[in-house]
Design a protein around this ligand. Structure first.
Ligand SMILES: [Zn+2]
Length: 406
């Protein structure tokens, strides 16, 4: 065993520290944090980081929490997790109230228990393990707990890099991987297709053109397109799905002249945003549907009132399996728990669409929780996994920023 893996093993959390980690994760679940409403949870995290002795904790103009360890020399490693959660349409369908933070038999239940409050807690307690070694860091660890990631992944981390001057050499995302390694994901585009018709009185439909009928042909054609999308051997196929339809005429006694169809398009490796749009437009021309295709934009103000506009179009990305970042993470996980992790990809989209997809900063993923439980009413996480994740986060930063002792 090398000196480095011995050092990593010694970063394991003691029993009492692990209890503090679990309590913090529970508090995070109990603190509501809808997208653009993360003020309370940001304050909780800032207070906790300061109480633990983190030397440099701040909140940027957008409202993301940033904690920095190190002296500014050497490489910068960014740990990123989002503070916001999706909404809960039917709270009664959950086994425990989604904001109660129930812990039962070593399992934490609730909204954000995985996505991504357990990652936030584990990153905080992992970095805490390095506080005694701050003078020995040959680099900088930045913890970033960001806002508005659910509606617009990559936006808040883009602001950190382009406006706040954080310049990571490596990024680790805490999105759920079941404690395995993720090194990529498919891209995502949200299209809004506006189908045009002509209004008339509902009693005289022949005098108008019903946009819903044209939209029905569009929906059927999109369903047929789904079978023809390309496949990548690692990321799998591109997908397309109609996820919303809106139509309002002058009344329910009127022929509607507008129908909007929303399309969730996932891009596999090799597909581009422009090509996906051209493909839809080509189909619409061939089928002679009177419609225009647009990419939606996100422009909600953050809880601090800052506004950033982002196109909801994100590329697929993959980090090479043999990249040193993947290797370092694999060795760290092996040192922590004596086993080789799986190396795969996320089914969903993450802030990596910006860090790796656009900014080409080597990005890798590791987080507690089953990725298949994210955005479901069954969301829960084993507390033991938080302790393991914190240990890996501590070890990974040590391995990248304290290396060279062999
Ligand atoms: Zn999510």
């Amino acid at each position: 065993m090398s000196g480095q893996s011995a050092f990593i093993r010694n970063l394991e959390l003691e029993w009492a520290t692990a209890q503090d980690l679990y309590r913090f994760a529970q508090q995070l679940v109990q603190t509501p944090s809808p997208s653009a409403g993360e003020g309370d949870i940001a304050a909780l995290i800032v207070g906790h980081l300061k109480a633990l002795g983190f030397p440099d904790v701040r909140v940027n103009a957008m409202g993301s929490v940033i904690a920095t360890l190190g002296n500014g020399r050497g490489p910068t490693l960014l740990y990123d997790a989002h503070m916001d959660t999706v909404s809960v349409p039917v709270p009664e369908s959950w086994p425990h109230p989604p904001l109660a933070g129930v812990i039962d038999d070593g399992i934490l239940y609730g909204l954000g228990a995985i996505d991504m409050k357990s990652a936030i807690a584990s990153m905080v307690y992992g970095a805490r393990q390095l506080l005694p070694y701050q003078d020995q860091l040959n680099g900088t660890l930045v913890l970033a707990f960001v806002v508005q990631e659910e509606p617009c992944e990559g936006l808040a981390v883009r602001v950190l890099i382009e406006e706040d001057g954080i310049r990571p050499d490596f990024v680790l995302l805490g999105n759920a991987t079941g404690l395995q390694i993720s090194r990529g994901q498919r891209g995502r585009v949200m299209f809004r297709i506006t189908v045009k018709g002509e209004a008339s009185h509902g009693s005289q439909p022949d005098l108008g053109r019903n946009s819903i009928y044209a939209a029905a042909r569009l929906v059927f054609s999109i369903q047929l397109m789904a079978d023809e999308l390309p496949r990548d051997s690692f990321l799998g196929p591109g997908t397309i799905a109609v996820t919303g339809i809106e139509s309002r005429g002058a009344s329910l006694n009127a022929i509607p002249d507008r129908c909007k169809v929303y399309v969730d398009r996932r891009l596999t490796l090799g597909e581009t945003v422009n090509a996906a749009q051209a493909q839809l437009e080509g189909m619409i021309r061939r089928e002679d549907i009177p419609a225009i295709v647009e990419i939606t934009t996100y422009n909600e103000p953050s809880y601090t009132g800052s506004v950033h506009i982002a196109r909801e179009a994100h590329p697929a990305w993959v980090l090479d399996r043999n990249h040193p970042l993947v290797t370092a993470l694999g060795q760290t996980i092996a040192a922590v728990r004596n086993g080789t992790p799986d190396i795969g990809h996320w089914p969903f989209s993450t802030a990596g669409v910006y860090t790796m997809g656009q900014a080409t900063i080597p990005t890798v993923g590791f987080g507690p929780g089953d990725p298949n439980l994210v955005h479901t009413n069954r969301e829960h996480v084993h507390l033991d996994d938080l302790k393991t994740a914190a240990h890996v986060y501590a070890g990974m930063a040590a391995s990248l920023l304290m290396g060279g002792d062999g």
